[in-house]
Design a protein around this ligand. Sequence first.
Ligand SMILES: [Zn+2]
Length: 111
Amino acid sequence: MNQDASGNKTKFVRVWKQLQVDEVKKQLLYIDDLYGTCGNCKKLGLNYLKDKKCPDCGNVFKYLATKVNQPSEIGKILSRIQKEGLDLVLIEREDFEKSSAQDAARDLFKF
Ligand SMILES: [Zn+2]
């Protein structure tokens, strides 16, 4: 648990939000641990604490998605983002991939 500047206690609570899948894809960094892959050009080995944008395609990262699903590991990522004061939003990778897949399927069946 953390305290913000006004002394209010803050905790992580998952929020459901409608996102533009195409936009998110362009601003997404897939991470395993500390290192990740650019969602736009698939460049490997990016460090989300240091790489604010992709050195190859110039994408500025706004979202993180991870395969990690243990709450303790997710908690570590969230704490790290907060501690470093990073402007990154962690999204649920499964949700994102499902919505991307739906879009792909829709495109596929568009005649
Ligand atoms: Zn890139």
